[in-house]
Design a protein around this ligand. Sequence first.
Ligand code: 2P0
Length: 350
Amino acid sequence: MRAEDGVGVVTESRRGSAVGGVRAVAHPNIALVKYWGKRDEGLVLPRVDSLSLTLDIFPTTTSVCVVPGAVGDVVRLNGVPASGEVLGRVCGFVDLVRGLAGSSERVVVDSVNTVPTGAGLASSASGFAALALAAVGAFGLEVDARGLSRLARRGSGSASRSVFGGFVVWHAGSGSLVEADLGSFAEPVVAAEMDPALVVAVVDGGPKAVSSRVAMRRTVATSPLYGPWAASSAVDLVEMRAALVAGDLEVVGEIAERNALGMHATMLAARPGVRYMSPASLTVLDCVGQLRRDGVLAYATMDAGPNVKVLCRQVDAEQVAKSVREVVGDGAVHIARPGRGAYLLPEDDR
Ligand code: 2P0
């Protein structure tokens, strides 16, 4: 990234080396047209456009404090010092921001994630969106929303979408790697008034057997279904945008469900296959089908894990949650509504 790409120069007066640093909040998002497969791993460039809904639950709050003279970065997640791969990933991201700022100063990163332990929901989207916003503030960089989305993308692809609230599209970018890097950002999409809710059915909160990074790589490299799914996903995106403009939540749900099932089909056909759906996931899918037969607008989507998210109307959310609760046994069920994009906490709130 360069200054002319939406990232400005350091403004000394705004640098966040104050006590407490700069603190930012971001929420998770759930893709209704999925991101699956990278064109370039280093730049985190996707092969497909995706479209998501930012949620109003489970925010991540991250503070970044520049510590002049410190010899290394310190990263704490929920108060516990990070190590290994997680530490490396966060420090690698802060290195990017340091590079933009022309700084070599070290930081303390404190990130608090409110996803309940074992909720089985990815926190990388909210985590890197909050980290990106706090880090650019701490290093005194002027970054516009597009630049922030491109930066968050480098931490985790889906984080590019959590920069914004509501329905969000993430453009894959095209052309050379340099051009695609510039063109791969998220932005809000036009949508008519709707009352969407996502009922999150946690059927298994355990760690996933295969990380989404590894699963994506394997799917692109070996699945004969990946190309056809990517092509159909481009059609899904066009139709999804039209359904959002029309405010037709039924069609939004139909497209989201077919897109997710198609994504899981690409993984099942990878060699060796990756199966995130569990018997309990299928039970929830059956429940969603029954809700529809009973006349309730309800459509399912699933990500790189066994948990199922059910898109419905807010007025039906309690009923959907009750039906899902009856089939998830010990699992938990959460109701989410559209949430806002990443934002800074005011200094007097630090
Ligand atoms: C999505 N997922 O669109 C898709 C659907 C999971 C399934 O984005 O490798 O954690 O850090 O760019 O963003 C999960 O992938 O992956 C994801 P990286 P990320 O929400």
